[in-house]
Design a protein around this ligand. Structure first.
Ligand code: ACO
Length: 172
């Protein structure tokens, strides 16, 4: 297993992971219409990778040579004074979960943020997502914030929990 920065050639794999893992994770938690409407969009992903801001990063995790997970992150997006780095998204294909890829992606993300002088971290997760919450708690995160899920029309009654690490050194 290894974690490395994503390249433009990873766009297809990232999209496949996003859609497959979203379906497996959020079916029954988020509205069916949202899940049924998920589509891979490699062109848009490639464009996002190409135009990635300097304060952001994208990592992929390989398992036996296959890209099986990814993490996107960067500066915290709302100007939070206490938690200054953020992992925006982390997804590992269901068949590759529980093998250490998620931990390795978080480690690399925390290291990358620390290299940029950001040694605190927040990660938002859907309140009903027990798998995600269990993972963040196992890694020492504390539930520190709550907000409505604003990203998706039709899902505004859902709540996101922010897990925080005021010092990421144990993750690194
Ligand atoms: N409850 C308790 N502990 C857990 C859980 C859980 N649900 N999941 C993993 N762990 C523990 C593991 O046992 C392991 O502990 P250990 O190292 O002490 O033995 C540790 O956490 C690391 O586990 P990994 O194998 O590295 O985790 P994995 O590769 O499965 O990645 C992840 C975790 C990213 C949550 C993955 O399971 C996944 O993609 N799940 C579905 C999608 C998801 O929920 N993503 C997060 C959404 S929030 C966001 O994107 C910002």
């Amino acid at each position: 297993m290894r974690v490395r920065p994503a390249t433009l050639d990873d766009a297809e794999a990232i999209e496949r992971i996003r859609v497959e893992t979203w379906r497996a994770t959020y079916r029954g938690l988020l509205p069916d219409g949202l899940i049924d409407g998920l589509r891979e969009n490699a062109d848009q992903r490639r464009e996002r990778l190409r135009s990635q801001r300097a304060d952001q990063f994208s990592f992929v995790a390989e398992d036996a040579g296959e890209v099986a997970g990814y993490a996107l992150g960067g500066s915290e997006r709302t100007g939070d004074a206490e938690y200054r780095g953020e992992v925006y998204a982390i997804y590992v294909l269901p068949a590759h979960q529980g093998k250490g890829l998620g931990r390795a992606l978080i480690r690399e993300s925390a290291r990358e943020l620390a290299r940029r002088g950001l040694d605190s971290l927040v990660i938002w997760v859907l309140r009903e997502n027990e798998v995600g919450r269990g993972f963040y708690e196992r890694l020492g995160g504390r539930a520190i914030r709550e907000k409505p899920l604003e990203e998706f029309p039709g899902a505004a009654d859902h709540i996101e929990i922010g897990y925080g690490w005021s010092d990421t050194s144990p993750l690194r």
